[in-house]
Design a protein around this ligand. Structure first.
Ligand code: UDP
Length: 239
């Protein structure tokens, strides 16, 4: 990759579904593979922050349809993300990469609280920082949190790793076979055309603050490392 185009500091969003290998719970082999790819990019000097979802454990909206109170279910969802963070931390440290987990809900025995200035300090020391428990607030998603954290800790780009799709399409390719992949798209077009690959709140936060986003498929060999190192894979979303 072209060194001069390397983003200095990036935020990587991983969905929880991936960590579960398509099931409820954790697929350690998948997490190990993801950690190896993040470690490779970290060794090459990229400053990396990570936000992980919790869809492999609980989604608040889903539990609500089964009769649970939404806000309590959302807190369960947030707690699920923390388990994913600890799993990724474990495999990153086995790769010899210093890692810190910071959570939006304090739980001092397992992680640091979210302190943005401290997170930036960790990144400067080339520690990977993993953010858990989303925003700490019900009715938010980890996509939105990714954009918010990236802005607050001054990342150059948000990288959205997707499973089963390799970028932003003109329509959902699983439903519309004539959908085509876009190399670039603006946030306003993505919003206007209702391209829901990332939630609308995440798109608008990036748009309003001029923060570029890259959406890419994590299935390809080394794709996570490549995206972290600034390679132009997937779709670039800009203002
Ligand atoms: N969640 C929340 N507030 C947040 C982030 C997450 O309430 O700031 C809850 C919400 O219930 C969500 C669940 O945590 O469904 C898991 O997060 P998400 O659905 O974003 O995970 P992903 O789909 O990326 O695996």
């Amino acid at each position: 990759p072209n060194q001069s185009e390397n983003p200095l500091r990036v935020l990587l969003k991983l969905s929880g579904e991936v960590f579960g290998g398509g099931q409820v719970g954790l697929a350690p082999d998948v997490v190990r593979g993801v950690a190896e790819q993040i470690a490779a990019a970290a060794r090459s000097g990229v400053e990396i922050a990570v936000v992980i979802g919790g869809g492999n454990f609980f989604r608040g909206a889903e539990l609500q349809t089964k009769g649970m109170d939404r806000t309590r279910a959302d807190y369960m969802g947030m707690l699920g993300t923390v388990m994913n963070c600890l799993a990724l931390q474990d495999f990153l440290e086995k790769q010899g990469i210093d890692t810190r987990v910071q959570t939006a809900i304090t739980m001092g025995q397992v992680a640091e609280p979210y302190i943005p200035r401290r997170a930036m300090r960790h990144l400067e020391k080339h520690r990977v920082v993993i953010f858990g428990a989303g925003a700490g607030m019900p009715f938010f998603s980890t996509d939105t949190v990714s954009a918010q954290r990236a802005l607050e800790i001054k990342c150059d780009m948000v990288l959205i790793a997707k499973s089963g799709v390799d970028g932003v399409y003109t329509a959902d390719p699983k439903i519309d076979p004539s959908a085509t992949k876009l190399d670039t798209v603006t946030f306003s077009d993505a919003l206007a055309q209702n391209l829901r690959i990332v939630d609308a709140a995440a798109f608008s936060l990036c748009m309003e603050n001029d923060l570029p986003m890259r959406v890419f498929g994590m299935e390809g060999e080394g794709n996570i490392t490549r995206a972290l190192q600034g390679e132009k894979i997937g779709t670039l979303v800009t203002t």
